[in-house]
Design a protein around this ligand. Structure first.
Ligand SMILES: [Zn+2]
Length: 68
């Protein structure tokens, strides 16, 4: 088995840099500049949005801080 890593250029919405984005899955990319995980949205054009997981009954931001 071989793992293919796709690297694309894009504008990161978090750090606003024109930078390299490493594909983690078909839809999930990571900014090489600031390390933020980005969700790729193809809707006429490709845009990248910060990837935020949303637990059902918890504030995602509080959870992020505890994990960090
Ligand atoms: Zn970034």
């Amino acid at each position: 088995m071989k793992i293919q890593t796709e690297v694309v250029k894009g504008i990161c919405p978090t750090c606003s840099e024109d930078t390299m984005l490493v594909g983690l899955t078909n839809e999930l990319y990571r900014c090489m500049n600031c390390g933020t995980d980005l969700h790729q949205h193809v809707n006429g054009k490709i845009t990248y949005l910060p990837h935020i997981t949303k637990p059902k009954d918890a504030d995602p931001y509080v959870k992020e801080w505890k994990d960090g």
